[in-house]
Ligand binder design. Sequence first.
Ligand SMILES: Cc1ncc(COP(=O)(O)O)c(C=O)c1O
Length: 455
Amino acid sequence: MKNNLTRRDFLGSAVGVAAGLATTPARAFPKTPPKSSSASGGADLAILGGSPVRTKPFPSWPVIEQNDEKGWMQVLMTGKWNRLDGHFTHQFETTWARLLGAKYGLATASGTTALLTSANALGIGPGDEVIVPPYTFVATVNIVLLQHALPVFVDTDPETFQIDARKVEAAITKRTRCIIPVHLGGSAADMDAILDLAKRHNLFVLEDACQAHLAEWRHKKVSTLGNLGCFSFQASKNLNSGEGGAILTNDHDLYEYCLSFHNQGRGKYNSGLSYVRNGANFRMTEFQGALLLQQLTRLEAQSRTRTENAAYLTKQLKEIPGISPARMYDGCTRNAYHLYMFHYDSAHFAGLPRSRFLKALEAEGVPASGGYTPLNKEPFLKEALGSRAFKAIYTQKELAEYEERNHCPENDKLCERAVWLEQTMFLGPRTDMDQIAEAIRKIQKHAGTLARSHA
Ligand SMILES: Cc1ncc(COP(=O)(O)O)c(C=O)c1O
């Protein structure tokens, strides 16, 4: 079953990160018949009116097959759409936990609610500090602020794009309760160093694995190394049910707490109108659970394809001066490649700013983005810290000291140099990788001309 039109319409309007991908097929290519630049000996740049390297869209997302329809319809026809009545969501969470090697799994409405539930289970609250990376999706930080705790940003390791574990210790104070390493892009944060620090300072580790489905640290699945680990199944993710999330843990008490908290604080899983703690409704629907079970049948094969393509592309990009693919730590034995990230150094492209490089790349038929802005400088943080609740909890002096500490210079630089390619671009044939590299080489070759033009 295929329904590309509907999917594109939806993705185009709803998915920020995937928007570039969704709109690529509709982009107007030059009217001249396309010829490959290699065939024309380095044709003019597409942005200057030449032929693009690539005219075909990259693979679309999500992949929809008949088994998805079957799973979805099964739920529809049972009429048991809520997880308290059905069994699909429960089946998914136990399957996911078993696959990743965790004792307990709990499905949630989203990655954000998985993280928020976990933060509650760990007792993170007013007066606490939580160590977070500045290079992540805002949800990692939002959930700390929602608990009225302070997110303490530790600078990024520019080589890997991950939190710089060498700088974490200096950020620990007597108020620190938890470290949230984010396995950004599907690669792994330095878990040896983080787990060691957590042990020595008696801190919790909450892994944000929202982008890291099947990723590994020393052959163990990320999300199973800390106290709790969280996933997102939002539409752009490598495992997708539109929205959705999961928590994995090996700790029975934490699991019980999360189960109760995400179900309005009920003591027993289905205890009707009896409540033992504060909680919320963060339950996944049966539709999402059934869809995830079906999408899961493809995850391993898709992940392998991404890995092979990414390794092949890395070999080529490393040869291009001014392009440096994100390095993986030695302990990262498997990268989920939710994002393929690299540094762009304009000095090797005739001073062409990154924004113009991205436009030129897009014109060649290769959609890419500049990724995150520095989260520690975004206005939402100031707004939250200036709120009535924060002012009631923290003194002016404490908030001023927090401001003083909040600097991540390496991350600031990274945010200006980063380039991202999305996971779906890695699901096609190897020749797609050749074309990505060819487009970059072509831009480099003609960078001087482009820099002098007004395009
Ligand atoms: C690193 C990270 N953390 C948390 C989330 C939040 O997940 P969700 O969008 O499912 O709430 C995301 C999703 O984009 C993410 O990328």
